[in-house]
Design a protein around this ligand. Structure first.
Ligand code: NDP
Ligand code: BG6
Length: 596
């Protein structure tokens, strides 16, 4: 059968099958089913289903178990524990097995915090996009869970306002939306009530029937209630015969200690394999493409070291402030919000050694080595800033502390620039400069790789004294308007010998007609499939916090005042001095950049 999900070409299917083969049988069944929509059932999958139903002992409560690891036992006295039928006969069992063979698996996705901003803005639209692309399994149910009182119809109405179809997929859009919404339900409950989660469990079971139930909980809630939810979901609403997984949104703590405490807390109820710590930047198309670019192109991989690369810049900027999120942001600041996770994850992917394979653990092993080889940040490696009010064209833009939820004397940085170093053989001495800011002049995320100058350059006469101005620069523009371009020196056509800088430009909109999926789509699908490659492992998280915690503590203990910059500007001047200290110019601020 052809794979209908656009994201699942035959090669991906093979990868899925390979992963499945290495996993316990029950998991393998779920993986192949989830990836391929109407994918045919294999004999092994059917057998797995049979075994799962066969072994649950009466009265036993399954832990919130990730990937079912039941032993193979003949079905002498089959029971479905904690399910609608608490006891079933052999006849029932045979019926169940028959059902199982055809239709034995279902995925229930519970969005905890469904009334919130992220759920509306990202999670439900991503789930709909997956549904539209036939990437969700045949049997799936979506539940919203939050304290707000809402009926199913009200949830559907709320969700319907944020669903969109891709520009290239307008066909049947409203029908698809209706079908999708019919599969969305709502359950109102407290986050710390086992009883309320038990009610949710009952509702989930009504939808799951006798199928193997796989359950995904998406914690789209403030971090202080993560543990309450995990505890209640674990005790009252985990799957008894399939996998149970939990996607945890950032922030994962505020420093090494709180992050370790959160991980310890989660591990009281979950094993590491069940925890999917999301960093949505890892789901962005061009971040995903980083490894492809480097490891599948001979022209790049040999250049990827201190020998040829002068510096690497990881730049994030937004042209709006923290309005509406000030309460959250003031407790975290830009270093925790963007650098310690999004930019650092990109850095690790960029700088890692070649992994043994594309398997999740091989990649994550290499990333963690990079993080552990990094020099912890010191105060002198960093510049911080905070935006202030600015009037432009008759409009006044508010300063950070004008937000009612932010203390007037807050020193929380809304901008930071930092110089990081990886103390290993490949990257020794190469500055990795990060810059992240809110309320700047533009919205952009990019990676800039500046190469060294050509030794003994024959054309140096054409470049003046500053050879570094004429070096190659590879730019990976993550967003918006995705592109990869390489700045090269080129002869201006004509009889003379004049050079200029031109771009070899791979502009995604011009090259690819398909709309780029949102990062949350990729990550949700991965979580359903049990693919962990793009999620953060706990040791990666520890290493990331070790790098930033001493700096954050010092900044906070000394209440270092951020340099103020006007809303909509290019950020504090200090960032230029910082770069100059490492003999670097910010690529995004060069005059040439504005000409392009
Ligand atoms: P919200 O503040 O909108 O919270 C989500 C829901 O949680 C609310 O609708 C509310 O539901 C419940 N809630 C809020 N505050 C509390 C509280 N103090 N105690 C108990 N319940 C509360 O968060 P977002 O949707 O913006 O974000 C969810 C998670 O995702 C957070 O961890 C956030 O840091 C992270 N995140 C958000 C991003 C975004 O763009 N919004 C981006 C990246 C990460 P109810 O009252 O109905 O129970
Ligand atoms: C989130 C940060 O993780 O990423 C936000 O908490 C930020 O502050 C957002 O705005 C940016 O994500 P994107 O995908 O819009 O670049």
């Amino acid at each position: 059968m052809a794979l209908s999900c656009m994201r699942c070409p035959a090669a991906a299917g093979a990868a899925s099958a390979r992963r499945a083969a290495a996993q316990p049988l029950a998991t393998a069944a779920a993986v192949s089913f989830a990836r391929c929509g109407g994918f045919g059932r294999s004999a092994a999958a059917a057998a797995a289903c049979w075994r799962i139903h066969a072994v649950a002992p009466q009265g036993a409560k399954a832990p919130m178990d990730a990937d079912v690891k039941h032993v193979v036992t003949p079905p002498t006295s089959p029971k479905v524990e904690n399910g609608s039928p608490s006891e079933i006969t052999l006849d029932d069992f045979e019926d169940l097995s028959a059902l199982c063979k055809n239709d034995d698996s279902t995925v229930s996705i519970t969005v905890v915090g469904a009334s919130g901003d992220l759920a509306k803005k990202k999670i439900f639209p991503a789930l709909f996009a997956l549904y539209y692309e036939d990437c969700l399994p045949k049997h799936f149910t979506i539940f919203g869970y939050a304290r707000s009182k809402m009926t199913d119809a009200e949830l559907r109405n709320m969700v319907s306002k944020t669903l969109t179809c891709r520009i290239d997929k307008r066909e049947n859009c409203s029908e698809k939306m209706e079908e999708f919404l019919k599969r969305c339900f709502y359950h109102s409950g407290q986050y710390d009530s086992e009883e309320h989660f038990l009610d949710l469990d009952k509702k989930l079971k009504q939808h799951e029937g006798f199928r193997v139930s796989n359950r995904l909980f998406y914690l789209s809630i403030p971090p202080n209630i993560f543990l309450d939810v995990v505890k209640c979901a674990s005790k009252s609403a985990s799957s008894v015969n399939g996998w149970t997984r939990v996607i945890v949104e950032k922030p994962f703590g505020r420093d090494s200690e709180s992050s370790a405490a959160l991980t310890r807390g989660l591990k009281q109820y979950l094993v590491e394999d069940q925890i999917f710590r999301i960093d949505h930047y890892l789901g962005k198309e061009l971040v995903e493409n980083l490894s492809v670019l480097r490891f599948s192109n001979l022209v790049f991989e040999p250049l990827w070291s201190r020998q040829y690369i002068r510096n690497v810049q990881l730049i994030f900027s937004e042209d709006f402030g923290t309005e509406g999120r000030g309460g959250y942001f003031d407790g975290y600041g830009i270093i925790r919000d963007i650098m310690q996770n999004h930019l650092l994850q990109i850095l690790a992917l960029f700088a890692m050694e070649t992994p043994v394979s594309l398997e999740a653990e091989d990649i994550r092993n290499e990333k963690v080595k990079v993080l552990r080889s990094m020099k912890p940040l010191q105060l002198e490696d960093v510049v911080i800033g905070q935006y202030k009010s600015h009037t432009k064209g008759g409009t006044t833009y508010p300063g950070y502390t004008d937000d009612k939820t932010v203390p007037k004397d807050s020193v929380t940085p809304t901008f930071a620039a930092a110089g990081l170093f990886i103390n290993n053989a490949r990257w020794d001495g190469v500055p990795f400069l990060m810059k992240a800011g809110k309320a700047l002049h533009t919205k952009r995320a990019e990676i800039r790789v500046q190469f060294r100058h050509v030794p003994g350059n024959l054309y140096k006469g054409s470049f003046g004294t500053d050879l570094d101005r004429a070096t190659n620069e590879l730019v990976i523009r993550v967003q918006p308007d995705e592109a990869i371009y390489l700045k090269i020196n080129n002869k201006i056509p004509g009889l003379g010998m004049r050079l200029d800088r031109s771009n070899l430009n791979l502009h995604y909109a011009a090259r690819y007609s398909k709309e780029i999926p949102d990062a949350y789509e990729r990550l949700l699908l991965d979580a359903i499939e049990g693919e962990r490659r793009l999620f953060i492992r706990s040791d990666e998280l520890d290493a990331a916090w070790s790098l930033f915690t001493p700096l954050l503590k010092e900044l906070e203990e000394k209440r270092i005042a951020p340099e103020l910059y006007p809303y909509g500007s290019r950020g504090p001047v200090g960032a230029h001095y910082l770069a100059a200290k490492y003999n670097v110019r910010w690529g995004d601020l060069s005059a040439e950049h504005y000409k392009a």
